[in-house]
Write a protein that binds this ligand. Sequence first.
Ligand code: TRP
Ligand code: ZN
Length: 849
Amino acid sequence: MRDASPKTIYLNEYEPFPYDVEKVELTFDLHPTKTRVKSRIAFRPKPDRKGDFFLHGENLKLISSTIDDVPVSPEITSEGLTCAVPDQPFVWQAEVEIDPQNNTALEGLYMSNGMYCTQCEAEGFRKITYYPDRPDVMSVFTVRIKGPHPVLLSNGNPVSASDNHAEWHDPWPKPAYLFALVAGDLVAHTDSFTTRSGRAVDLNLYVRRGDEGKCDFGMRALKASMRWDEEVYGREYDLDIFNIVAVDDFNMGAMENKGLNIFNSSAVLASPETSTDVNFERIEAIIAHEYFHNWTGNRITCRDWFQLCLKEGLTVYRDSQFTSDMRSAPVKRISDVIDLRARQFPEDQGPLAHPVRPESFQEINNFYTATVYEKGAEVIGMLRCLVGAEAYSKALDLYFERHDGQACNIEDWLRVFEDTTGRDLTQFKRWYSQAGTPRLTVKDAWYNGTYILSFTQNLAPSATTPDPQPQVIPIVTGLLSPAGEEIVASQVLELTEPAQSFTFEGLKDRPIPSVLRGFSAPVVLESELASDHTGFLLAHDTDPFNRWEASRTLARSSLLTILTEGAAPDPAYLDGIRTVLRDDTLDPAYRALMLNLPSQSDLATALHDAGQVPDPQAIWEAVETMRQAQADHLAELLPELYRTHQVRDDYQPNAAQTGHRSLANAALGLLARNNGPTLAQSQFGAADNMTQQIAALAVLLRLNAGKNALEAFEEQWKNDRLVMDKWFGLQVTQADPGAVAATARTLTQHPDFNWKNPNRFRAVLGALAMHHAGFHAADGAGYDMLADWLIRLDPVNPQTTARMCTPFQTWRRYDAGRQAKIAQALDRILATPNLSRDTTEMLTRIRGN
Ligand code: TRP
Ligand code: ZN
């Protein structure tokens, strides 16, 4: 039912729950459509309590309920129940019936390919039984499961197991969102880990029969994560067993349930034949992320959902540190910034802008955003940059010591930093409360021996931040001599004022500045320097991030002049990248990133910022022109790059081999522009790993020479769901703009297009929305198609539908014709009867007035 006036929840209306939950016992009698859940919960009234006894509960059939064994008749609404309760400790017992088979929303207890599994974050537990479903209510759980399945799992340690029965006990108090249950005919890939204090931990990765061969890498990543968290954060695992389960139908990447992580199979299953290097790296990072939540999220959790970044920002920050340590730190940083600009900047600069810690929401599922996660991690990176690595470690030790077992907020988090460093973080806290991407300008001046860098900061007002105040921005800066030597090493300039200057004395020559090294703050930097040093920095910067950033800046401005002036591609840019690509002392992965161009969506933003109306088709053509210019300009170098970076050793998904393959495949793509499909055909035919196979297939599709390869690929992989997701997605990604909607439509008619599976839905419709020129085709076919499918998916899976509305968020940038078509599509979805709260909130925010 569509709420006439959807309820808004506010941060400043927080009230604690009036009762403590002393323990929870749950008994599940599993049945596809009639699962019975019995709960026995010991409540103790808090001395200073305010408010009624209210338990959340949705879509539950209440069979019976008692208090201290006496039947009661609670008052039930669509959101939960209230009941008169004693003034002293009491035991609440209830039995409810639920229907996992028909739970297509994938929230609560549901079924996927015959197995039972749960997803409770953020508010799914209330679809399992009546409970105070809020993260600040923590308790110890014992769970009994009855069902005809060989594998019956829940959180904590196993207490007993027999045929059709298992009991689990989790000694660590936890909020209900970390509850999990799994039952099915699964096979385990097992291993073990001994913690540094000597605790032996059994490790299991549970998968469906047939997927046994895809477990090895995930297990190794898990052990590496466990070791790393001990070594770097001093955090040990705290149970006798750690289980991971792979599930095909899952709304997000993975979930950190205590002792029983549940993963989208795409985020854990891997083999060289079926997974690309990029997949391996992502899987390693997600396994680390979920494991790291055991301390940052589970042992210390969130007081309320407004504090989501407390666990997510920190855990993303930790997993990126892990990846930097396991692989190449500069390559990881550059990839993270590409991702931040692609996903977080548009959010922060459009109608969905919200602070890292939002202050109100209607549906919390809509706030698992790039801002909370990725900008949340950037904020922690800035904090570490400002206080230094050593103080950061001390503050984290204090955080774990002071807050273990608690549900905390951002104030608690910042206080450990204030207490360890004595620093006042009042201004820093604005990073948590103000939405939007600050714009930074830099100017310089030179007066006999004194060099001055002057900065301004500016944050545009937005709906949630109408009156922005200056933030503290750490600007890591180094100075180079005209000969390219580092004459002033990297230091942190702290910009706290709207405008501020920094002076460097005693220099012989006017230096060349390298500012915002490592992308030390999530801002847009605009240069007003007296002269343009970008080419120099591309050739000489000692900071690998800024050296890459220079190539990006040159590429972007050249693309913009192609678009606005019909200019030719900038020869200085092309010469610059040729020099870098020739430099064999540089990591091949890093060199491959030098060939990468700003995304078409980035270019649309840049045009919009310059007061122009972006034309997606023209942007597409400009990028084609630039790619062709790369192919021509590097023509002599490419065959050799392709040859030297072939990997002859057995496939390993490590950083070194990954770098070689990414550079060789980048060369392959450029070579094909002038030499045709032959080389890609032979790579496709000879490939013994997915990285090589799919890169070749992408090139062939781009050349419209992929028909046979596409059929061969389908024949080879038709029984592998994850590989077939790639097959579906790639055809859309590689289509010409005018063919995108039609290609996607054909794919939705394929017998294997199972649209209720979020991975498959995203493979086709997500690829459609990500194809900038295709989605924004002038006839509106892309908009209409996405709208049609969102209308269809919403009653089945609101969470995924709402997430898939975000491609519309940039709509105000485009011309009147496109805006009218998008408005029509948005209004059509909004007019759908019974539209979910999730989708309604997203579209109302995007649509605006
Ligand atoms: N907490 C999870 C993570 O970031 C993500 C998550 C939140 C999630 N809500 C979810 C996963 C719903 C699946 C479904 O690690
Ligand atoms: Zn997380």
